[in-house]
Design a protein around this ligand. Sequence first.
Ligand SMILES: *Cc1c(COP(=O)(O)O)cnc(C)c1O
Length: 470
Amino acid sequence: MKPSRYEFLLGRARALATMYLNGLTRRQTTVRLSRDELWERLYFPLPEEPTDDGTVLEHLVQAVDPGLMASAGPRYFGFVTGGAQPIGIAADWMATAWDQNVGLYAQSPAMAVMEDVVAQWVRELLGLPQNASIGFTTGCHMANMVALAAPPNALFKQIGWNFEQYGWQAAARICVYVPEDVHVSIIGALRILGMGDERVMRIPCDYQGRMDVDALIARMKENIGPALIVAQAGNVNTGCVDDLERIAMHALNTKSWLHVDGAFGLWAMTSSTRSRAVRGVPLASSWATDAHKWLNVPYDCGIVAIGDSAAHRAAMSLNAAYLERSAREERNGMDWVPESSRRARVVSLYATIHALGREGVAKIVDRCCDLALEMADYFREAPGAEVLNHIVLNQILVAFEPPDGRDADEWNREIVRRVQQDGTCWVGGTVWKGRYALRISICNWQTTERDIDLSARAILRSAGLPMPAA
Ligand SMILES: *Cc1c(COP(=O)(O)O)cnc(C)c1O
């Protein structure tokens, strides 16, 4: 039989992808080309005539390669970034080959049921209530948005306002309380939802970024009407977790909605040693998390869970919203997220959880947390280096004392630039409590002790500090 077009093209894609992935652990974590140089490589006038597939694939890979960031590799510590595991990549390829639309059950029964299965697994893994409804989003930002769209439907019902029908027009106000050190995606989501900055009250936090619960309670006493509280499990800078137990108790007493942004921190629920850090998670009203961070599935994959599934559906569904859905009912994916047509990002999630099991997920979490402690030790022993946060999870903030006569922030910016130029590892900078610092996030399944050693040395070298003995 003659090989089909798929065999040649996918065979070549497999070879090129394998080459890239095999080289990832050795690849420098820097892009040395400028925007103009990348434009030169990628741009050509819009073609009028077709080009054969083989040529297109070779050009694509060759043109883009020097502009790729090894962010899926073991020494990329920027933002909070995971790297796809082999099984997740293979499963994602299958999802692309199947090319299913998961908007409606009728469009892909298998994918709809797979979403139900993964929803069940995620509730068990993260210790969420059995009746929580789940939606699959591009990331935690969208998961936050879906979760924050639901409360008005429930909160206004308490005061007899049909939000679904009348929306914000002449509605009473909902007071929103967020920690001062909230993730920007919460503010962005609230803005998209039309809640208005003026209605969002920022509650002071301690030096680690934990919300002051007494201040929250006092502030809530000053306002009447329904309240929405946002808390964090895993601050993007320090990794700190709010006192969820106490906040949840207050939310319960005041009939408020408590949303937890746990983009990466929620996964600590899988670890017997780290789940203490996130206790109280199950007591919230809604949760948002990422799978492309700590679970290390390929981009993109976020997850939203909402205890009041009727409110969830009322906020998202295009159909009769307040109908209850039984567990055995056919799932229409579009009832739980803003999109109608959508790719089956659940496939790599399903395969990755299958491959890892609960133990495997916990192992990644534990290893990253242990490695964060190891990395911090290098700085604790270095003169003039200061670790700014308690290492409760996988995030490290470190700042270095400047040489005489130099500005501290400017010096730490310079160190970040040097580390990024060096290419051994990649770290970003952040401003924490008014002070510029290096932010290091250990979030990759492949990172080893050797990677930590190489990277800590590269950072100390960039800061002009002496190397510890090997
Ligand atoms: C990463 C992150 C987000 C946003 O997630 P995306 O995956 O970028 O959409 C929200 N909150 C926290 C705490 C995060 O770390």
